[in-house]
Design a binder for this molecule. Structure first.
Ligand code: FAD
Length: 468
């Protein structure tokens, strides 16, 4: 029984335990703060660990393993009997999530971080209420980091229910669909389309604009899109989704194409058209915290809102809605609270789309560099000339370096190919440390490795290619 709401005094409070919140909390604790995290979900780790990055990559991994098992005949491995047990696929996904979310609990214990399970709502500049099943409690704070993340956008005519699902629903489907529609050809839609296509589901992507994966350059997308289509994914662009009718056993999706109404009846329809920041219903207006017209909280280069001791990080502030960006901002905010002069620098921000082959970018494209007034050149090296890629059945794709004409300093890179998600870090470090293409060319890379394509590309940039 709650007898009275006497405030409990806390020092540094973090709302949300996603990759923004938990990293901020751990770093703040490492820097000497006494930290408390408020999390409304029973599991720690946020969207990323529970229903985002981690479970999607677990499914993508299983889908690759399945394809490898099916297609290893040419290597002398028999694929006479390969079965897919969907409940075990889902069990594997759940076990990976469990392991990672437990990891966050462990990190909190190790760093003596307290966790309050409940929904936080700001009361004023120095206090918040945490609401939970048994009531509510007020806490005061000296510093606050808001890291409440985002949720999927629902579109008219597609209320999430039954066979009309969001990305979380698609990750956790109890039965594998034979036919699936994904509305939205952004990176989340395309990654999940790729995974389900590998599992043998026929996927149709309905994209409202004239292209999928619009954040990436055309020559990069062409390779990944070609591969999606080769694996049977139907991509319909300029398709405006209108409504979905759940028929019980299946769902009928209506959309317009070239002004004509079309329908598709499939097992499930997933809406993946983007995400909205969780900045409503947390009491920002009680405190006067400023947001922009998209509901994103306005912050300075340390993540500080217009209220001095309140910070905001991750999907609720401007920039790419990515886990590593949230974590990076979390560290900067923790350091700012500790009195350090750290500021964010987004020059070398990687972004990955885990389709087949993977797409990974960092820094600037040629067009972005030119927009910024930089005089740049680019050099491209294909994976078809890389022995490791060929031996991995992955000759598709290329590495492109973007570098300044005068100093030959690396300012950006795009990779499409196997393991691009890991390869991009070398080039992110190159940008971060101000390396030139010569630095990369002079760095001895192991042979045979995919990373040699980066060194070979630097040789191309220097006008002295060896392997092409
Ligand atoms: C399917 C999918 C795949 C993705 N794949 C990738 C990927 O491969 N790479 C990548 O970089 N990004 C990926 N993302 C994006 C990534 O998950 C997000 O950018 C990231 O999780 C944002 O981190 P965050 O800390 O800002 O918020 P979140 O991870 O959303 O965490 C916010 C937390 O705050 C809690 N919360 C919210 N409001 C309150 C409240 N009032 N009180 C208490 N707690 C509250 C929530 O319960 C949640 O746990 C993916 C997203 C999805 C949906």
């Amino acid at each position: 029984m709650v007898v009275g709401d006497f405030p409990i005094d806390l020092d540094t409070v973090v709302i949300g335990s996603g990759p923004g919140g938990y990293v901020a909390a751990v770093h703040a604790a490492e820097l000497g703060q006494k930290v408390t995290v408020v999390e409304e979900n029973a599991k720690l780790g946020g969207v990323c660990l529970r229903v985002g990055c981690i479970p999607s990559k677990a499914l993508i991994q299983v889908s690759h393993d399945y394809q490898t098992a099916l297609n290893s005949g040419s290597e002398g491995i028999s694929s006479a009997k390969v079965d897919l047990d969907w409940s075990k696929v889902q069990g594997y996904r759940a076990s990976v999530v469990q392991r990672m979310t437990n990891g966050v609990s462990y990190l909190f214990k190790k760093n003596k971080i307290d966790v309050l399970h409940g929904k936080a709502f700001l009361k004023d500049k120095n206090s918040l209420r945490v609401m939970h099943e048994d009531g509510a409690q007020t806490y005061t704070f000296k510093n606050l980091i808001i890291a409440t993340g985002s949720h999927p956008i629902e579109i008219p005519g597609f209320k999430f229910n039954g066979r009309v699902i969001d990305s979380t629903g698609l990750l956790e489907l109890k039965d594998q669909p034979k036919e699936l529609v994904i509305i939205g050809g952004g990176y989340i839609g395309c990654e999940l389309a790729s995974a389900y296509a590998n599992f043998g589901t026929h996927v149709t992507i309905l994209e409202g604009t004239d292209a999928i994966m619009r954040n990436y350059e055309k020559d990069v997308v062409k390779i990944a899109q070609g591969n999606l289509e080769k694996r049977g994914v139907t991509i319909v662009t300029n398709a405006m989704a209108k409504s979905a009718t759940d028929n019980g056993d299946n769902v009928t999706v209506t959309y317009t194409l070239d002004g004509k109404e079309q329908t598709l009846t499939v097992d499930d329809v997933c809406v993946a058209v983007g995400r909205k920041p969780n900045t409503k219903e947390i009491g920002l207006e009680q405190v006067g915290i400023q947001t922009d017209d998209r509901g994103l909280i306005k912050v300075d280069a340390q993540g500080r809102t217009n209220i001095d001791h309140i910070y905001a990080i991750g999907d609720i502030v401007a920039g790419a809605a990515l886990a590593h960006k949230a974590s990076y901002e979390g560290k900067v905010a923790a350091e700012a609270i500790a009195g350090q002069k750290s500021v964010v620098d987004y020059r070398a921000m990687p972004a990955v789309c885990y389709v087949d082959p993977e797409i990974a970018t960092t820094g600037l494209t040629v067009a972005q560099a030119k927009d910024q007034g930089l005089d740049v050149k680019s050099a491209k090296f294909p994976f078809s000339a890389n022995g490791r890629a060929v031996s991995m059945h992955s000759p598709d794709g290329f590495v492109r370096l973007v570098y300044t004409k005068d100093q030959e300093q690396v300012v950006g890179a795009q990779i499409v190919g196997a393991d691009a998600s890991d390869l991009i870090s070398e080039l992110t470090l190159a940008i971060e440390s101000g390396a030139t293409v010569e630095d990369i060319a002079l760095t001895i890379h192991p042979h045979p490795s995919l990373s040699e394509a980066i060194m070979d590309d630097a040789d191309v940039a220097l006008g002295m290619p060896t392997n092409i």
